[in-house]
Design a protein around this ligand. Structure first.
Ligand code: UD1
Length: 417
C-alpha cells in the first residue's frame, strides 16, 4: 500500500495534457469484443480500472494486449459466458460484459455488482432492458443468469437517465435482430464516443447525444481503429486544481465543450477562463467566491466533479450550497473537516462555509473522486497532508501526482506504514 505526502501551498503554473476518458475506455474496450476481428484502440488511459476490465475480458477468452496508451482487443476467440466474481466485484462497469456476452454468445452469467462506497447502486434498469430485448433472466447465488438465442430489438424506456444502462443496452442491441429504440437515454459524451466507435465497427446507431438512440441491429461487427476522447472529469479536476491554488494553468488535449458547466461555475466563482479549440487556460484569484451547485446528468454539473468542487468551495469567500442528486456521495467531507473545512451535510446537500485556510492532516480516501478532492484540498492546505487509500485514485486518474508535480505541486508517493 502506498500513500501521498503532500506539501501544500504551491501555486500551480504551467501546461498539462489530459489523458483518454476512463468511462469511455471501459465501455469501448468491452464493445470491441463484439467484433470477431481485432480492434486497435488509442488514447487508452493507463489506469487500474482499465487493467481490471482487460483482465475480465481475458478470462472470457478475449485477447487483450496493452502497450503505452494503445490497446489491441481481439474478440474472435471469446468462449466463456461466465464473468469471474473476484474481478467483477472490483468495478461496476464490469457489468457491461453482460451485454457483450448476451450479444456474442446468447448466454451470460455475471455477478451482480454489490453496493459500493457511493451507497446502493442497483442494476435493475440494465436487467429490465435485457428482458425487453428478449433475454430470459434469473438471479441465483448472487449471479445474473441470462439467456437469449438472439436478442430482438424493441422500444425501451429507461426510467432514469443512466449512463451504465444506456451503454449496456447499446452493446447488447448492436447485434440484435431488428431495431432497438432507447428512450430517456443518457446524453454523456462517453455515450456519443461509444456510438462513434460502434459505428466504425459497422453498427448502425443514430441519435447518441440526444435522449432517443436508435440502434439497427447488424449481423456482425468488424475490427476497427479508434481513438478515445479526452477525459472531461480529469480536465475538470485539473481546472479545479488550478483554481484552488490561485494558479495559472493551461490544460491541453481536452474538449472545452465537455466541461461547459464546470467552466460556467468556475467563472461565477471569479476564476478567469480562456478557451480555444482543445485547450483551456485557468487563471485564478487567491480565493474564489462561493457558488451554489447542483449535480445533474450531462450537460449538467457532473457528480464526478462534486467532491473536487466542494474542496474548492471550502476555501471560498462566503457560503455555498452543493446539492448532490445522483449518488450518496458526501462521506469524504469528514476528512475535509479534519483539514479545517466547515461543512454540514443535510439531506443530500452540503452547506460549505468557506474558511481562509485549510491545514494539512492525515486523511483517508475511500473512493476515486473523493481521493481527487482530498489531493486538491491538500494542495491548498498549510503544512503537510498524508493521504492514504490512494489505490482508489489510481483506479481512474492517470499519474495524477506526476501531472500536478509538473505544475509545481509537491506530492510524494511513499510506502504507507
Ligand atoms: C456512470 C459513471 C460514473 C458517474 C455516473 C453518473 C462509468 C463507469 N461510471 O456510473 O463515473 O458518476 O455514471 O454520471 O461510466 N440507477 C438505478 N438502477 C440502475 C442503474 C442506475 O437506480 O439499474 C441509478 C443510480 O443508482 C444513480 C442513477 O441511476 O442514482 C444514475 O446512475 P448511472 O448513470 O447508471 O451511473 P453509472 O453508469 O453506474
Amino acid at each position: 500500500m502506498e500513500k501521498y505526502v503532500v506539501y501544500g501551498g504551491n501555486r500551480l503554473k504551467g501546461q498539462v495534457a489530459v489523458s483518454g476518458a476512463k468511462n469511455s475506455a471501459l465501455a469501448i474496450i468491452v464493445a470491441a469484443a463484439l467484433a470477431d476481428e481485432e480492434c486497435l484502440l488509442k488514447n487508452v488511459p493507463s489506469e487500474v480500472d482499465v487493467y481490471t476490465i482487460a483482465e475480465i475480458l481475458r478470462d472470457l477468452g478475449v485477447k487483450v494486449e496493452f502497450h503505452g496508451n494503445t490497446m489491441r482487443v481481439d474478440g474472435s476467440c471469446i468462449r466463456s459466458y461466465q464473468a469471474p466474481y473476484e474481478l467483477v466485484r472490483k468495478m461496476r462497469a464490469s457489468f457491461y460484459t453482460a451485454g457483450l456476452l448476451l450479444a456474442r454468445l446468447g448466454k451470460a452469467e455475471v455477478p451482480l455488482p454489490g453496493g459500493c462506497s457511493l451507497g446502493s447502486r442497483p442494476v435493475d434498469f440494465h436487467i429490465k432492458g435485457f428482458q425487453a430485448l428478449g433475454a430470459d433472466i434469473h438471479i441465483e447465488h448472487g449471479l445474473m443468469k441470462a439467456e437469449a438465442t438472439r436478442l430482438t430489438g424493441t422500444k425501451i424506456y429507461i426510467n432514469r437517465s443512466s449512463v451504465g444502462t444506456t451503454i449496456n443496452l447499446m452493446i447488447a442491441s448492436s447485434l440484435a435482430q431488428g431495431t432497438t429504440i432507447l428512450e430517456n437515454a443518457a446524453k454523456e459524451p462517453e455515450i456519443v464516443d461509444l456510438a462513434s466507435f460502434l459505428n466504425s465497427m459497422g453498427a448502425k446507431i443514430k441519435g447518441a447525444g440526444t435522449n432517443v438512440i436508435k440502434i439497427e441491429g447488424v449481423k456482425r461487427l468488424r475490427g476497427t481503429e479508434y481513438s478515445i476522447i479526452p477525459d472531461r472529469i480529469e480536465a475538470g479536476t485539473l481546472m479545479i486544481a488550478a483554481a484552488i491554488t490561485g494558479g495559472d494553468v493551461v490544460i491541453t488535449d481536452m474538449v472545452p465543450e465537455h466541461v461547459r458547466s464546470a467552466v460556467l461555475n468556475l467563472q461565477e466563482a471569479g476564476v478567469q477562463i480562456e478557451e480555444s479549440l482543445s485547450e483551456i487556460r485557468v487563471y485564478a484569484p487567491e480565493r474564489p467566491r462561493a457558488v451554489d451547485v447542483e449535480t445533474a446528468p450531462y450537460p449538467g454539473f457532473p457528480t464526478d466533479l462534486q467532491q473536487p468542487f466542494v474542496s474548492l468551495m471550502s476555501i471560498a469567500q462566503g457560503t455555498s450550497i452543493i446539492r448532490e442528486n445522483i449518488f450518496d456521495r458526501f462521506r469524504y467531507v469528514d476528512e475535509l473537516r479534519r483539514m479545517g473545512a466547515d461543512i454540514k451535510v443535510e439531506h443530500g446537500t452540503a452547506i460549505v462555509r468557506g474558511v481562509p485556510k485549510l491545514t494539512g492532516a492525515p486523511v483517508e480516501t475511500t473512493d476515486l473522486r473523493a481521493g481527487a478532492a482530498l489531493v486538491l484540498a491538500s494542495l491548498a492546505a498549510e503544512g503537510v497532508t498524508e493521504i492514504t487509500g490512494i489505490e482508489h485514485i489510481d483506479r481512474g486518474y492517470e499519474a495524477l501526482d506526476k501531472k500536478l508535480n509538473s505544475l509545481g505541486a509537491n506530492i510524494k508517493r511513499v510506502q504507507a506504514d
